[in-house]
Every structure is written in C-alpha cells, then in structure tokens.
Ligand binder design. Structure first.
Ligand SMILES: Nc1ncnc2c1ncn2[C@@H]1O[C@H](COP(=O)(O)OP(=O)(O)O)[C@@H](O)[C@H]1O
Ligand SMILES: [Mg+2]
Length: 317
C-alpha cells in the first residue's frame, strides 16, 4: 500500500447516502433542516459504512459517517465511542466539531463539520511530513494534561500489547514470522512487557494516527477519526504513527523521532518497549483471518508491523 490508489483499495465498498435506511436519512435531514443533494464518498480509512462529504439543498456542507453491525459487527461500538469523544473534545483541538449524532440501536451516525482539506499523499512527501510532525508537537502540548477524561492506554491496549507473548505461546503463529523475529521472540516479549509503565501518562492521545486520519488545509493539519482516544505519555502518538510513515515512504523514522520534541522526555528503553509492543500487535493481527468487510486490512497491518520491527531492530542492534 503506497499510493493514493492503494489507499482507495483498502475499502472495497463504502455505503452511499442512498444505501442508508430511509428512517436514518430522514432523521438526519430533519435534524440538519435540509435534504442532502450531493454525496461524495471518501476513500480514506477502513470502515465499510458511509463516510461522505454531503451537500445540503441550502448550500451547507457536512461530513457524515454511519454504520450498522451488518457491515462490521464491531463498528457500531466504535462509532458510539467516537461520539463520546467528539462530544467532549475542546475547541482548541484541531478536529472537526460534532454537529449531530444518531443511534437507533442498530445504525449509528455522526455528522461533523466538513473539513475542506486534502488527504495526505502517500508515499509521504517530506514537506507534508514535516508539517504533520510539527502539528503533532502542538497536539501533544495542547492535550497535556488531558482536557477530558478518557481511558488510559494501559487499560485499552493491555490485550493487544502482549502479542509477542501470545505469538511465543503459539508455535503455529510463530512459524509464520520472519527469521529474525523468530530468533528474538524471547527478547521481544521481554521488551514488550515494559510497555505499560513506559506509555502511562496524562496526555490525551488519538492513538490511530495515519495518513488517512489527517487532513491538510491551507494552514492547518486537522485530525479526524477519534474513537480510540486514550490517555498516555505525550510522545506515544508519534511513536504509534511513525511505522505507518516508514511503511509507505523512504522517510527515516529514527531521524524524525530524534527531531520530535516530546520524544526528548522519553528514555530509550521506554521507547523500545512501546515500539516492541506496537510491532507485536500489528504482526499478530496480520496473522489472523481477515474480519468481515475488511479484506485488505491484514496486509496493511503486516506492512506497518514489519516497518515497526525494522525500526526497533536498528535501535537495539
Ligand atoms: N470532517 C471531515 N470532513 C471531510 N472529510 C473527512 C472528515 N472526516 C473524515 N474525512 C475523510 O473521510 C475518510 C474516512 O473518515 P474516518 O472518520 O477516518 O472513517 P474511518 O473510520 O472509516 O477511518 C478520512 O480518511 C478522511 O479522508
Ligand atoms: Mg479513518
């Protein structure tokens, strides 16, 4: 996955506005006070529901995302969580405001401010990357201490971030790793076990930063798609993000990390622990069967896992 068309193929089919049930559309149009006259489906991201920039008959524009368990059984819960986060994000955060939400027990919808921005080009361009890293410094500053209560990353990712341990306990899974990872499984599991004390902190993190969750306007970087928001150390968001950049460009994650101001507060061992946990999580996920409606997710996770592992390997060799 390294081109804009590659990004588009991540989602085989997104719902259009017309494909939503009549009662869902009617509720939204009534709340918005005007009918939808144009639907421009967005290609970034993974969820197989609606993700569209909508034009209303009176000229206003909004962005809407909607899904039900029929598209993906886990998605409605995530969308509910995103509603909670978007309700409470302070205006200082460079994110779209939530205008309206809907939940009838089956269908869940968010209507947000439409961001007139461009998706980031992948492979990453150095100039855009530099803008994003500066934006992440400002984001970490502005979200410390966390302006809203949120779950700690330590609790949210406890299951995910013991993946080397899980792979080590399953010879079948372990046999599908590359040679270096197989030979270093014990060391990786040891490193991973230090992640929670390293990542704990009081910054509100997005925890799912990637090219498709960032939009560039003329003068800002807007961060979208916040269902995974948690609290943690101020440097964790960038550390979770950089493997996705390394997977889709020649940019050097270590150089970017050295240049990233919040990273200066992290001890090298702490960084290695969280990076090991991230690499293990992506690689473990990539070995599982593809979830319903998301056929390309596993390859994407594998690329990010391999990029995180290559970066860690350089740091600890
Ligand atoms: N408020 C918005 N305004 C304009 N475009 C948006 C907005 N929010 C998201 N997008 C675009 O829609 C895509 C999908 O939205 P996102 O919230 O990331 O959904 P998903 O959960 O499917 O990843 C994003 O990659 C982005 O390009
Ligand atoms: Mg997204």
């Amino acid at each position: 996955m390294n081109t804009a068309s590659g990004a588009a193929t991540l989602v085989p089919h997104r719902l259009s506005w017309q494909e939503l049930p009549e009662q869902v559309r009617a509720a939204a149009e009534s709340a918005l006070g005007a009918p939808v006259v144009r639907d421009v489906s967005q290609s970034g991201g993974f969820s197989p529901g609606l993700a569209s920039r909508l034009a209303l008959s009176d000229g206003r524009r909004v962005f809407a995302k909607a899904i039900s368990a029929d598209q993906n059984p886990r998605a409605p819960r995530l969308y509910r969580r995103e509603i909670e986060v978007m309700r409470s994000l302070p205006a200082s955060v460079p994110a779209p405001r939530l205008r309206w939400s809907y939940d009838d027990g089956k269908w869940v919808m968010l209507v947000l401010d439409d961001v007139d921005g461009a998706m980031l080009a992948t492979p990453w361009r150095p100039g855009q990357f530099a803008r994003v890293m500066s934006a992440l410094e400002r984001l970490a500053d502005g979200l410390t201490p966390a302006p809203v209560p949120a779950m700690s990353i330590v609790d949210d990712l406890a299951e995910n971030f013991r993946s080397w341990h899980a792979i080590g306990a399953d010879p079948q899974l372990a046999s599908r790793l590359d040679e270096w990872a197989r030979a270093n499984l014990t060391r990786l599991a040891e490193l991973e076990s230090g992640w929670a004390s390293a990542a704990r902190g009081d910054t509100l993190l997005h925890a799912d930063l990637r090219a498709d969750n960032l939009l560039l306007t003329d003068d800002t970087v807007i961060v979208v798609d916040w269902p995974y928001a948690v609290t943690g150390a101020p440097w964790v968001d960038a550390l979770l993000f950089l493997p996705s950049v390394a997977a889709t460009s020649d940019l050097d994650p270590e150089q970017a990390w050295q240049d990233f101001r919040p990273a200066h507060a992290a001890a090298s061992g702490q960084v290695n622990s969280v990076l090991a946990a991230v690499a293990g999580d992506f690689l473990y996920q990539s070995l599982l069967p593809a979830p319903a409606g998301l056929p390309t997710l596993r390859a994407h996770q594998r690329e990010k896992g391999m990029a995180a592992l290559a970066w860690l390997r350089r740091r600890i060799s």
